[in-house]
Design a protein around this ligand. Sequence first.
Ligand code: MG
Length: 156
Amino acid sequence: MQMRIGFGFDSHPFEKGKKLVLGGVEIEGEWGLKGVSDADVVIHALCDALLGAIGEEDLGQLFPDTDEANLGRDSTEFLEYVMRLVRDKGYRVNNVDITIILEKPYLSPYKEVMRKKLSALLDIGEEEIGLKAKRPEGLGVKECCICMAFVVLTKD
Ligand code: MG
């Protein structure tokens, strides 16, 4: 069995009046994240982790900010594309571990639905998804949302 590990990182600044979409799930509130697409940091970090694991270019290379087709785009489409690349190389996702760092809102009420959504997108069980939210204590970065993700891929 072959195994690959990938790591992804992303951050987007908060902006009033924007939608907040994390892990493909819309989160209620006045503040959302600014970006060219829907600014879903969780999906972006996951895509980069998967792309890194299979030795591909990063998400920004595949879907540039300068391409109008990516304006307001649903980031789950990026993940669907990246998962096709993973499958084409004969890999499947074994497990993922995600840490979201943000001051607010509290994500606990949304974790179950996020896990369900990611489970379908990654084609793995919900128990294979680690999903943590932490406050950026002492980091001085209350104005943005950060996500870090590790993935493990396997191939028979
Ligand atoms: Mg991004």
